[in-house]
Design a protein around this ligand. Structure first.
Ligand code: PLP
Length: 446
């Protein structure tokens, strides 16, 4: 007979009473494989911690979003938000699927060009565009989304110097019922600033106004906010035609769709509360098709969906380093992945799961990262089974922002691996090593 696994005894208070609204406790979910590949094999091959992306999930999510919009509206174009995850391999998958590029810096612009994206299929957002960046964008025929008046004047001057016409749009901030309003970006709709910017652009002979853009925020949990934003942009679109007898080419509603992660402090899990692509598509396309815009002049609709497109496809695999009982008696674990790799752990109660069957006994546990820093807490409280040193855990829905916002601190950033459609693995970003750092540093003492 196989020896039973030892489970340490724990005394805990029984909370008798009604089951919660989620019913009686369910069996602990485990994640033992990703796209058919065992977690233990992936970690043996690529080390711990390691980020793993599923190409299958990326493509499926993209198709789902595309279907939701294309079945409701005649002209739709997605543009991949580079800052959400700008690893070459990830961007290339989106471009293969037909996405344009949405960039917010000269660095991202050059990255898109290096991947073979045609400049005319790059949307250039953000408040940081130097004269060199604007020159690059004008010469590549990109859509420049102007953020503020100083940028507008710099652009007029830059285009004049190049003796070229710049294709532009403006970013608009507006009250869509989402507070606080992100009024630091773009021109305001309600106080007339956006209309003023539009008029100035129409007057500038070296600028061609081709679109209107807004990005109302991120993790927006109500489709109706997009309906408000879309109708406000539609009003401007019609007003431009009324005054200038000219139809713009596009309306861009930015990103901001919620992923299925659960925000800290949320009562219900994100999987239950976040709108689907269909919900967002319904709200946006309703607002556009029932606006004053004649159907034959409906604009191309751009979406710059970031987190909702990639979060589900990314996992972080990690190993348990220690089991500790805190002074107050609470259980805690130390794992080998910290908040420096998981920027989104500051916002979400990330889903963390064992990779194999463990004890059915669960208890409230704090999960710490390995950093020598008090803030390195991955989960403050999670009901978790007993875990041993060396046990492998899987953190799900970490595909958005973590591998772009991660910070090198105390240790190297790990391998990032892609599982392709055939189930083959590829390192798409190599683990850093001492040489990575030595090659950038200069020591005057040596
Ligand atoms: C960050 C960003 C996006 C993507 O936002 P998500 O919330 O990840 O969908 C899209 N457009 C602009 C202008 C952005 O800054």
């Amino acid at each position: 007979m196989e020896k039973l696994i030892y489970e340490k005894p724990v005394i805990s208070k029984i909370n008798a009473g009604m089951p919660s609204k989620f019913g009686l406790p369910v069996k602990q979910k485990i994640i033992s494989e990703i796209d058919g590949l065992a977690i233990s094999d992936l970690m043996e091959k690529f080390g711990s911690p390691v980020f793993v992306f599923s190409e299958k999930t990326i493509r499926e999510t993209y198709s789902e979003a595309k279907r939701a919009f294309e079945t409701r509206y005649p002209k739709v174009q997605f543009a991949w938000s580079y800052k959400t995850n700008y690893l070459d391999a990830i961007c290339s998958i989106f471009h293969e699927e037909g996405s344009w590029a949405e960039v917010v810096s000269g660095f991202e612009f050059n990255k898109a060009l290096s991947l073979g994206v045609n400049g005319s299929q790059i949307l250039f957002n953000g408040p940081e565009k130097s004269e060199a960046d604007l020159t690059l964008a004008i010469e590549n025929n990109a859509s420049i989304h102007i953020d503020h008046f100083d940028e507008l004047y710099l652009l007029i001057e830059t285009a004049r110097k190049l003796n070229k016409k710049a294709r532009v749009s403006i970013r608009i901030n507006l009250d869509a019922g989402i507070y606080p309003i992100w009024d630091r970006f773009g021109f305001n709709y309600e106080n007339g600033e956006a209309w003023n910017a539009i008029n100035r652009i129409m007057l500038a002979d070296n600028l061609e106004l081709i679109g209107l853009h807004t990005h109302i925020g991120t993790y927006i949990m109500v489709g109706s906010a997009y309906a408000i934003a879309a109708s406000k942009l539609a009003n401007l679109y019609v007003a431009i035609h009324r005054k200038f007898d000219y139809w713009l080419k596009y309306i861009d509603l930015g990103g901001g769709f919620a992923s299925k992660n659960t925000l800290k402090g949320a009562y219900m899990p994100g999987t239950e509360t976040c709108p689907s692509f269909d919900d967002y598509a319904e709200a946006i396309t309703n607002a556009l098709i029932s606006s004053e815009i004649p159907h034959e002049n409906l604009p191309l609709l751009f979406l710059e969906t970031g987190r909702a497109m990639i979060d589900d496809a990314g996992y972080l695999l990690t190993t348990t380093l220690a089991n500790k009982r805190l002074n107050n008696g609470k259980n805690s674990l130390v794992i080998d992945a910290g908040v420096n790799l998981l920027f989104t752990s500051f916002w979400y109660n990330l889903g963390i799961f064992p990779s194999k069957e463990t004890s059915s006994f669960t208890e409230e546990t704090t999960i710490y990262g390995p950093l020598c820093m008090n803030i390195d807490v991955i989960r403050d409280t999670i009901v978790f089974p007993q875990i041993k040193v060396g046990d492998q855990l899987v953190i799900e829905r970490v595909g958005a922002y973590n591998v772009s916002q991660w910070m090198q601190f105390i240790n190297y950033r790990p391998n990032v691996v892609l599982i392709d459609l055939e189930g083959k693995t590829h390192i798409i970003r190599k683990r850093e090593n001492l040489e990575t750092f030595k090659s950038l540093e200069f020591n005057p003492k040596l």
